[in-house]
Design a protein around this ligand. Structure first.
Ligand SMILES: [Zn+2]
Length: 416
């Protein structure tokens, strides 16, 4: 009974505070300029989809985002943003506010996981679009374009400066270098970061998942498959190490994962290879688990090499080395932050139910530095992320765009 009573009171309190903020959102949404912006979004959804297709069909593999970035910059230029491309390729459009010492950053990553040569042309299937990268991050880039244009069409003047950025290096081995540079550039003025990543609007990423990416390499003398038979084999050594490491137990809580994602080595079927390498992704809700996993990985690969040398005739002939491909820091949005209050109020206003999530996104970087940040979807639905069968469904995109617009304006505030 006590429990019921307590939760009843809590519920009542939550409803009260929510109501207060819902009124704020409703008032904001009724502002004539804001209403003009949302009307523009509502009436230009086909145009937004066209821009998404246009950007998606320009390949943007890791470290090759420049051409897609140039196309995004043109779209920013058409929205009266002050644009430039920074030293590492981030495409930046600034909408200067009446208080330019305060900045809110809306960022969507330009890069995809797909290598050069992947067919990224978009197949239309009614309101469904099919292409690698079309949701991740075609939906995010489309939202960036839509919001920047909607602010212009609504003649909205903001208090804070709003920065729109298509950033490089979010995926794979990019190691978040784009968002790191943006945060470095604006950090003393940065009041909030909204990373727009993917489509769905049923979640708010408020915590950054820590990860470490490591390449393990085993090298040896190599040789002829027949005449040098018995020399230690780096492929066999690294395989022994992988099997050994895979027996490790990882906790469900804090949730922890590992993946051997790429393995390579050898030059021909009748040569003993002189090199084998594997790339590993380690993730955890707890940094301490990552420290443990990385140590265990090094140990397993080294033990695999030792066993291979012991099994063959080759003491000291194999060498195991390790290289960090990236470290993503963790972080958590404070419960009492204005940004969390803003997005939850907007969700209540829109009748959108969302859950909190922990994930590995551009938001990791600001969160790790104590800067308020979230990652959210750009609207619509998506699936098959990071696969060739990726799809995006544009129905309901409008709700997602309105959600981003209102959240941004609650933080940036409108200036009259
Ligand atoms: Zn993404």
């Amino acid at each position: 009974m006590k429990l019921f009573l307590a939760s009843g009171i809590l519920l009542a309190m939550a409803t009260l505070s929510l109501r207060a903020s819902e009124i704020n959102v409703a008032a904001l949404a009724r502002d004539p300029n804001v209403a003009r912006s949302t009307d523009w979004l509502a009436h230009n959804l086909p145009w937004i989809t066209e821009q998404q297709i246009h950007l998606n069909e320009i390949p943007a593999p890791e470290f090759s985002e420049a051409e897609r970035g140039a196309a995004l910059r043109k779209l920013f230029d058409a929205c009266a943003l002050k644009t430039h491309v920074d030293a590492i390729g981030n495409v930046i459009g600034e909408r200067i506010g009446s208080h330019p010492d305060d900045v809110i950053l809306l960022a969507a990553h330009l890069d995809t996981v797909f290598p050069a040569g992947t067919d990224v042309r978009v197949k239309r299937n009614g309101s469904r679009l099919e292409a690698p990268g079309i949701a991740d991050n075609g939906a995010g880039l489309a939202a960036l374009v839509a919001i920047s244009r909607a602010l212009e069409e609504g003649h909205i003047r903001t208090g804070m400066t709003v920065i729109f950025a298509g950033d490089v290096g979010e995926e794979g081995e990019g190691n978040l270098r784009g968002i790191r540079a943006l945060v470095e550039t604006y950090k003393t003025r940065l009041r909030a970061v909204i990373a727009i990543d993917g489509a769905a609007i049923d979640y708010i990423t408020t915590q950054g998942l820590a990860s470490r990416r490591i390449e393990a390499v085993v090298t040896g003398p190599g040789g002829h498959s027949w005449s040098d038979f018995g020399a230690p084999n780096p492929i066999t050594a690294i395989s022994r190490g992988i099997v050994k490491f895979s027996a490790i137990s990882v906790p469900d809580s804090p949730r922890t994962s590992f993946n051997f994602g790429i393995i390579e080595g050898g030059t021909s079927v009748n040569s003993i290879p002189n090199r084998a390498a594997v790339k590993v992704d380690l993730r955890s809700e707890d940094d301490a688990q990552l420290v443990r996993l990385e140590a265990a990985l090094r140990d397993a690969i080294q033990t695999g090499a030792n066993e291979e040398m012991g099994a063959q005739r080759g003491a000291n002939q194999l060498e195991a080395t390790f290289r960090s491909l990236g470290v993503r820091p963790s972080g958590k949005l404070a419960e009492n932050s204005d940004l969390l209050a803003a997005i939850t109020s907007v969700d209540a206003f829109l009748g959108n139910s969302s859950r909190r999530e922990r994930s590995s996104t551009d938001a990791n970087v600001p969160l790790s530095l104590g800067i308020p940040a979230i990652a959210i979807g750009g609207g619509g639905l998506g699936g098959g992320s990071h696969s060739l069968d990726e799809w995006y469904e544009s129905t309901d995109r409008f709700v997602g765009l309105k959600r981003i617009l209102l959240t941004t304006l609650l933080i940036a505030r409108t200036a009259s």
